[in-house]
Design a protein around this ligand. Structure first.
Ligand code: ASP
Length: 332
């Protein structure tokens, strides 16, 4: 874990650099000058050398899409492979920060540098706000050495990029690592088809939380909408309305049409283990694949990285069930 020689600060927008507009806070350019001015107030000796890039258009991260994820991925890879950077700090809005960090964990598999995401709950310049502490805290951590892979730094904590979620909208400690079961088998190697060099295309994905009253028609509507991957947020250890024959038939039809059916638990500390209940086994028989203890953010990002790479349904199901970067297994 070396000290970075040249670090890219990639500014994508978010509250951290927002300024007041007639409609409320909106992303604003010119953040590099503000950061350089603030650095004089910090102790620059603990900070790495950095260059700065604004990724346009600057976004409120509520507008983040798969296309923007690919642009972030491209900017990071270019910084490393062309511009000689050996670490990256991504400034990003908090609303979808955990989604982007998770997606990047899979889009950058095999890229051997640390990539740290941060943002803030209040804009830079607010007295006693969290913007400068988060930003310079992340830079200091990088200077001390962070292991390769994607991380999220917030409120003094360095977290795994594919294990956290935004749990609070009104406090500085907005992000937490979800303590979920992690015992999946680790992939032996990162195949070229899933490495950071693999090109990806946006792909239609849908998320369906199960709830009492969910109907077969809702699954069919998502399939008709073109979804190639359907993330089902199951109950408890991976159950659902298995006694509803029409619902099970809709899942089976979706699977037969090539849709990847990925399952996570909607419990904060849950994981999917289909065999525990007959109601779970029936979901597995309909074609659902367990994503173990993955978060919604991680499962969605992983589905995108796999399906967006053009892999077949069987290939996607194979990689979904294996731990690729620590998203499903503690020791990775
Ligand atoms: N809506 C803002 C965003 O996600 C919130 C933030 O940055 O905290 O860009």
């Amino acid at each position: 874990m070396a000290t970075p020689a040249k670090l890219l600060v990639l500014y994508t927008g978010g509250t951290i650099g927002m300024q007041m507009s007639a409609d409320g806070l909106a992303p604003a350019s010119g953040f590099e000058a503000r950061m350089r001015a603030q650095q004089v107030e910090e102790s620059p000796a603990d900070l790495p050398n950095w260059i700065f890039r604004e990724l346009l258009p600057l976004l409120d991260s509520a507008n983040m899409s798969q296309t923007n994820w690919l642009a972030i991925r491209d900017a990071i890879v270019q910084a490393v492979e062309t511009d000689g950077c050996d670490a990256v700090l991504v400034l990003h809005g908090t609303d979808t920060l955990a989604y982007s960090a998770a997606a990047m964990s899979f889009l950058l598999l095999g890229l051997n540098v640390p990539v740290v995401f941060t943002g803030s709950m209040q804009p830079a310049g607010v007295p006693d706000g969290d913007a400068w502490p988060n930003l310079f805290g992340a830079l200091r951590a990088l200077q001390q050495g962070v292991k390769p892979g994607v991380h999220l730094y917030f409120n003094g904590q360095m977290m795994h990029g594919a294990r956290c979620a935004k749990l609070r909208s009104d406090a500085f400690d907005a992000f937490q690592v979800l303590e979920r079961h992690r015992e999946a088998e680790h992939a032996n190697a990162i195949a070229p088809a899933i490495s950071y060099r693999q090109a990806r295309q946006p792909i239609s994905l849908a998320v369906l939380p199960l709830y009492p009253g969910v109907q077969a028609e809702q699954v069919r509507a998502l399939v008709v909408s073109g979804a190639r991957g359907l993330l089902l947020e199951c109950y408890g250890s991976g159950t659902g309305p298995a006694g509803d024959d029409a619902f099970i038939a809709a899942l089976r039809e979706a699977h037969e049409q090539g849709v990847v059916l990925a399952a996570i638990s909607q419990c904060m500390q849950g994981h999917v283990q289909f065999g525990v209940y007959a109601a779970g086994s029936r979901l597995a028989q309909a074609g659902l694949v367990s994503c173990g203890g993955m978060t919604r953010e991680a499962a969605l990002g992983k589905l995108f990285a796999l399906l967006g790479a053009g892999l077949t349904q069987a290939e996607v199901e194979h990689w979904l069930a294996l731990d690729l970067c620590g998203e499903m297994r503690e020791s990775a």
